[in-house]
Ligand binder design. Structure first.
Ligand SMILES: [Zn+2]
Length: 57
């Protein structure tokens, strides 16, 4: 008897990061777990979801 295992990966936006090198999304770490690149961008900071008091000129 085999059940189809559904693996759900839920990452809060403020803890999600995007690797610029390989376009992988993962939980924020210093390096990309996929390619070990240090060029990771915090999605929460990128989308400015941290605070709504961002001064726009
Ligand atoms: Zn990567």
């Amino acid at each position: 008897m085999t059940e189809c295992a559904v693996v759900a990966l839920v990452i809060p936006l403020d803890r999600a990061a995007l690797c610029v090198a390989c376009d992988a999304v993962f939980e924020l770490t210093e390096r990309c777990p996929g390619c070990a690149s240090e060029h990771v961008v915090s999605l929460g900071r990128w989308l400015s979801r941290d605070g709504d008091k961002s001064p726009s000129p």
